[in-house]
Design a protein around this ligand. Structure first.
Ligand SMILES: [Zn+2]
Length: 263
């Protein structure tokens, strides 16, 4: 399996992806908003795009579908409950479904509600585990719940699915928000040395050659995985004095999500 991260350089800071079979050159395009860049990349690599996967129904993820289908006749795949929101869907996906790309690449569908209620993350198993997580998990952050989502569902997705993936899982999110998210981590946990060391590097990184984090790194720098950190809880109690000394992780997550909205 070969992964190509495509930086769109648009105002929303979207990342698109091509995932290809090394043997046949068949490729799946993830959220190919910038269809021109995706098509140019596929052409340069000698790949054929046969499938499109939308992680969820938002326009900045589906807006390239029509042009991509016109150019490639690729099949459109998305969460089964996105059918009435994404025109021209060919395959509705549920938890545990497998997407095959060519002969050698295979992805497992995770049903990951929270950012929206029809959100799919793709998981690659094997020697190089990876997660294509759309707007559910970002580098050092979590998706918002403003447009059709629910914070409690997002917490469940983090706690019961994402946190349990192997530590060496590579994280491929739908947007480049790492610098701003690290700044939020430091606002919530000023003594987080890893986040402090990373922030200046990430502020000056070229998103065209972005750092790919692992889940182990996320557990160190992502506030939404650090729900039992004493300094996160201590800071949170300053904002919410009624929280008590030992708030449960779900309450911490929901308060952090609330603060991030206003931040
Ligand atoms: Zn979205």
């Amino acid at each position: 399996m070969i992964v190509e991260q495509i930086w769109t350089a648009n105002a929303y800071r979207n990342f698109n992806y091509l995932i290809a079979c090394a043997e046949t050159g068949e490729a799946l395009a993830v959220d190919p908003l910038d269809h021109e860049k995706c098509l140019a990349t596929a052409k340069a690599k000698g790949w054929t795009i046969t499938q499109i996967l939308n992680t969820h129904e938002h326009r900045d993820h589906t807006g390239g579908n029509a042009a991509m289908v016109a150019a490639t006749r690729a099949k459109v795949l998305a969460h089964v409950n996105a059918r009435d929101k994404i025109p021209g869907m060919d395959r509705g996906l549920k938890a545990g479904d497998v997407i095959k790309i060519g002969k050698t690449a295979e992805l497992e569908c995770l049903d990951t509600p929270g950012h929206t209620m029809a959100h799919i993350c793709l998981r690659a198993h094997g020697d190089h585990p990876a997660l294509f997580c759309g707007d559910t998990l970002f580098n050092a952050g979590a998706g918002n719940c403003h447009n059709g989502g629910h914070p409690a569902e997002l917490y469940q997705t983090f706690a019961s699915q994402l946190a349990k993936l192997p530590d060496n899982t590579l994280v491929y999110p739908g947007h480049d928000y790492i610098a701003r998210n690290l700044a939020f981590t430091l606002d919530r946990e000023p003594d987080n040395a890893k986040a402090k060391a990373m922030l200046p590097k990430m502020e000056s990184q070229d998103p065209g050659h972005a750092l790919v984090t692992t889940l182990a790194m996320e557990k160190e720098i992502n506030t939404f995985f650090r729900l039992t950190s004493p300094s996160v809880i201590k800071r949170l109690c300053e904002a919410f004095p009624d929280l008590g000394e030992h708030p449960d992780p779900k309450t911490v997550f929901l308060k952090l999500r609330e603060l991030r909205n206003k931040w």
